[in-house]
Design a protein around this ligand. Sequence first.
Ligand code: AP5
Length: 216
Amino acid sequence: MNLILMGAPGAGKGTQSANISAKWNIPAVSTGDLLRGAIKDGTELGMKAKSFMDSGNLVPDELVINIIKEYIGSDKCKNGFILDGFPRSIPQAEALDAMGVKIDLVLSIEVSDEKIIERMSGRRICSGCGASYHILYKPTKAENICDACGASLYTRADDAAETVLNRLETYHAITEPLKEYYSKKGNLVCVTGREKVEDTSAAVLEAISKYEASKK
Ligand code: AP5
């Protein structure tokens, strides 16, 4: 199964892609994570991407298209993949089509802007393994310590309030039109993001199971 996860920044794409990946045993890739990794490693890609990301703008299409092309072409994607945060513009979606990749399902997690702002202020990331937590909705057992690897947690630079507003604006202007793009192709399913992570997970898994049943 080739799956795209869409949604506003902080809608829960990363949280849900980890769940789906574990349940269906298909690899997930987040362009945001790949770009943050490139910044951390000080690569040319990272240096080019940093200023765009820090200000809450999209990184130029050609940079992300190239990294996704390489990823999808790799051996680990031969039985399917989950794309978290790609495509994020019409030219990126067209580039994906031009790669000859068949997308089975596009899941859009719908969350209001007000809720997004609340979620971003409480998100914490593990400095060791990258696991994502929330101080209210997905707290760690010990304060500021990752449950999985014991490393300390930090707040993402682009989760600052004013940057979140710009990310939301960018989402509505450039990314949200993709819903119409995929709706026309007949493979868009919108799922309401719930108050609790488990409830959203249940809704997402139900949507995928329904899709699978419809293909039998
Ligand atoms: P990226 O890293 O993809 O960020 P994003 O899309 O803004 O999404 P986030 O990672 O912030 O959130 P998420 O939806 O994964 O939510 P999460 O599960 O963490 O991109 C960052 C930047 O990179 C972009 O701004 C851009 O510059 C660049 N970039 C990336 N891809 C690009 C592309 N294709 N083209 C161009 N530029 C690109 O959840 C958020 C929080 O809420 C967590 O704390 C979580 O615990 C909590 N939570 C999750 N679900 C629930 C729930 N149901 N109830 C309560 N809390 C919940």
